[in-house]
Design a protein. Structure first.
Length: 275
């Protein structure tokens, strides 16, 4: 017998990067279906209640969201289960605070505080480049050539941007103005640019692309070197270009994308406490 979509989620089955306690209840909030996978997003309820501590219960969270205080990428969201993914800009009007959803070097979601200037744009990874028919002209058998098609791109957050530049390729990053929805910048996935890893064991690490390994019929591999000189590699689909070699287009969390072992972290905490 066919089964409909799942509308519940056990807390033990929730993604580890949500960092929910095992004894906090039986169920967890399941995000609304959207462009992100379950393990690559956070529902608004978890953000407001568990991360920002603006509410104690899910009921209080729904009351806050229903009063239209929460905006994601400049749009008011009233769905308590709305899925917020990597790179999204979250703003809370009454509190006057703005955050960008990123990863730390442990692969956990972090809400990184940003200012008014950074909150006006977001970076989107190009997941597809294609050409679509132009209304009735696309169905006209007499209309041939590029005049009957409109170039477009699809991004990782579900956006479709028409009249895209032919220079945009899959894997590149575009800078999108959240007020107009137009592309105002472009970063190519090429050697010398900085990337953040968004999946896998190296999620959250930031480094410069050194080489590409092409494997036709399999996964392309990208070799990256971080600011500390450590080198690692991952699949090209796990990388997200965030800047040039000189500077990143977005501000990074406090670890700056450099992964350290637990011994070094402990020494740093002890040194900070002595001060």
């Amino acid at each position: 017998m066919a089964r409909g979509p799942k509308r519940h989620l056990k807390r033990l089955a929730a993604p580890k990067n949500w960092m929910l306690s095992k004894l906090g209840g039986i169920f967890a909030t399941r995000p609304t279906v959207g462009p992100y996978k379950l393990r690559e997003c956070l529902p608004l309820t978890v953000i407001i209640r568990n991360r920002l501590k603006f509410a104690l219960t899910a009921r209080e969270t729904k009351l806050i969201i229903s009063r239209r205080f929460i905006k994601v990428d400049g749009k008011v969201r009233t769905d308590a289960n709305f899925a917020v993914g990597f790179g999204d800009v979250l703003s809370i009007e009454k509190a006057g605070k703005m955050y960008r959803v990123l990863y730390n070097t442990k692969g956990h979601f972090v809400l990184h505080k940003i200012n008014d200037v950074d909150a006006k744009f977001k970076l989107c990874r190009v997941s597809k480049y294609g050409k679509a028919s132009k209304g009735i002209y696309g169905r006209n058998p007499l209309a041939t050539g590029s005049a009957a098609a409109i170039p477009y791109i699809q991004t990782h957050d579900g956006r479709t941007i028409r009249f895209a530049d032919p220079l945009f390729k899959k894997g590149d990053t575009v800078k999108v103005d959240l007020e107009t929805g137009k592309v105002v910048g472009h970063l190519k996935a090429e050697v010398g640019n900085q990337v953040m890893i968004i999946r896998g064991n190296n999620a959250g690490r930031v480094g410069v692309i050194t080489t590409f390994d092409k494997h036709p019929g399999s996964f392309d591999i990208v070799h990256v070197e971080d600011a500390s000189g450590a080198k690692f590699s991952t699949r090209s689909e796990n990388t997200f270009v965030i800047g040039t070699k000189d500077a990143t287009w977005i501000t990074l969390p406090k670890d700056n994308g450099v992964k350290t072992d637990i011994i070094s972290q402990r020494k740093a905490k002890l040194a900070a406490n002595r001060k």
